[in-house]
Ligand binder design. Structure first.
Ligand SMILES: Nc1ncnc2c1ncn2[C@@H]1O[C@H](COP(=O)(O)OP(=O)(O)O)[C@@H](O)[C@H]1O
Ligand SMILES: [Mg+2]
Length: 251
């Protein structure tokens, strides 16, 4: 689905993405897990064609941004880390507007509203939505073109546990459609709850990758050392992160 080959992006002396190579197979739910500043947004924005790598190559379904932007915009659904909506139109109008960008008709919005559980809010002004509802709306906008690949940057950051779970439920509903998902998060619970493929990133580099089971098995010994003082006996993704970096994910 996506192939990232030795991709680099520096901002002056900050190595935001420092030589990343990754393949993402079709139909997979992958989490890019790492603390603030790990380089997650820079990496996904390069995949989304919003930022350009300094070097390296990115292919999506075998195509590149330089030649196939129109095609790629059609198959991709993206939600940025922060979405600015038009506050003075309604939820339904916002969806109609985005549907029109993709040449979709008025039948798209009701379907999306149902999926993101906002049907009752379709006549509400966007400025009156809660944070959780806004996040669901931005997810809905990403889904309006029935994307093959959905890329979400921190979809639940700052949400309370209930609002977070609602977003997770929506993403789980998409699985049977065969949609591929790439999401960034610094919540290990989110990576565990949704994704079978976990990429641990820090300081612009990929430190480890695998299923939660594979990672736990591979780092069991190191993680046990850092977890000594805690109650749990199971290896968590945070334990693994501490074993790899000496820091916690939320530090
Ligand atoms: N436009 C930019 N100019 C300068 N530094 C940037 C820019 N974008 C990101 N960075 C820096 O690159 C690093 C990675 O940032 P980012 O990709 O946003 O990480 P994450 O999304 O994992 O929090 C950080 O140190 C950040 O400050
Ligand atoms: Mg970010």
């Amino acid at each position: 689905m996506i192939s990232v080959l030795n991709v680099r992006k520096y901002f002056k002396d900050v190595r935001a993405v420092d030589g990343v190579t990754l393949e993402f197979p079709k139909g997979t739910y992958t989490a890019l897990l790492g603390p603030n500043g790990a380089g997650k947004t820079t990496l996904v924005e390069m995949i989304e064609g919003i930022q350009k790598p300094d070097s390296g190559e990115i292919r999506i379904l075998g195509r590149g941004w330089a030649r196939d932007e129109r095609y790629l915009r059609r198959v991709l659904g993206i939600a940025l880390q922060e979405t600015n909506f038009i506050d003075k139109i309604t939820v339904g109008e916002t969806l109609d507007l985005f549907a029109s960008f993709f040449g979709r008709g008025r039948d798209a919005a009701p379907r999306i509203l149902d999926l993101i559980r906002l049907t009752e809010k379709r006549r509400s002004y966007v400025m009156n939505l809660s944070h959780g509802m806004r996040q669901r709306l931005s997810l809905g906008l990403a889904l309006i073109n029935d994307p093959e690949l959905l890329i979400l940057d921190e979809p639940t950051t700052g949400l309370d546990p209930n609002a977070r779970r609602e977003v997770w439920d929506i993403l789980r509903d998409l699985r049977p459609r065969g949609t591929s998902l790439l999401l960034t998060t610094h919540y290990m619970e989110e990576a565990e709850a949704l994704c079978d493929d976990i990429v641990i990133m820090d300081k612009g580099k990929v430190l480890a990758r695998g299923t939660i089971g594979e990672l736990a098995a591979r780092y069991a010994a190191e993680a046990a050392l850092v977890r000594r003082t805690r109650e749990s006996r199971e290896t968590s993704l945070d334990d693994i992160f501490v074993a790899l970096t000496g820091r916690h994910l939320d530090e």
